[in-house]
Design a protein around this ligand. Structure first.
Ligand SMILES: N[C@@H](CCC(=O)N[C@@H](CS)C(=O)NCC(=O)O)C(=O)O
Length: 229
């Protein structure tokens, strides 16, 4: 039985970064689905006082905030290492992780991704075009900078995959599902090729929205039986 449980909403790019990291580490895990409308309800707030996902449970240790989870996993599951040994490359990785949280997610994921994909698909909402139009310039700055930092390297912090790639790839995979992606990424063939490379990795292939939704459905179906038994 797996020691790791990830509380998530299928489709969440932050949660996918955690799952992809566990996959890169060849580590088994369970998914515990949270119904989106219950994120701010007391049972989930006991796990995550800010009402978000993901949350990792590892034995009696519980942790939220994706960067903290990724770094924890990389420390306790050292192979393969997902943090560069070189101080400058590690600093680039850290920089990209923060670009993700502060600029990419706030500009792209939380607005464009939410308005185009999450709202319509999970909540039956109509996209707010004004909010999207206001977010596009912010998303453009984030993508321009990621493409600049990537340059001609295979991965965002150098020659091998790091936590930065595993954090950003799910976010851009999500953005790619929106009509804004084409214009936002058109000037950056390097970033598009990097995304395609990341999407082809077994860790990303194993953690698509569909695959996680199927695992979540199976876990959801199993839970009441376990409780009843
Ligand atoms: N800073 C948090 C952000 C997590 C986050 O925003 N997750 C999204 C899903 S990708 C979420 O829970 N959204 C639910 C909401 O805002 O109601 C982290 O790094 O884990």
């Amino acid at each position: 039985m797996s020691e790791y449980t990830v509380h998530l909403v299928p489709g969440s790019p932050f949660a996918r970064a955690v799952l992809a990291t566990l996959e890169e580490k060849n580590t088994l895990y369970k998914v515990a689905p949270v119904v989106p409308g219950t994120l701010r309800a007391p049972p989930h707030l006991r796990l995550h006082p800010f009402g978000r996902v993901p949350v990792l449970e590892h034995g009696d240790f519980r942790l939220y905030e994706t960067q903290a989870i990724l770094r924890y996993l990389d420390r306790i599951l050292p192979e393969p290492p997902l943090t560069p040994a070189d101080a400058r490359r590690a600093a680039r990785m850290d920089q990209v992780l923060n670009i993700n949280d502060w600029y990419l997610f706030t500009g792209a994921g939380a607005v464009i991704g939410f308005q185009r994909v999450v709202g319509p698909r999970l909540m039956g909402l109509t996209a707010d075009e004004n909010a999207i139009a206001a977010a596009v310039p912010k998303a453009r700055v984030a993508l321009d900078e990621l493409a600049h930092l990537l340059g001609t390297q295979p991965y965002l912090a150098g020659a091998s995959v790091t936590l930065a790639d595993l954090m950003v790839a799910p976010q851009l995979d999500f953005l790619q599902k929106t009509p804004e992606w084409e214009a936002l990424s058109a000037a950056h063939p390097n970033l598009r090729q990097w995304l395609a490379r990341m999407q082809a990795r077994p860790s990303l292939l194993a953690t698509t929205w569909e695959k996680v939704a199927a695992r979540a459905a199976a876990a959801g179906a199993a839970a009441p039986r376990a409780a009843a038994g």
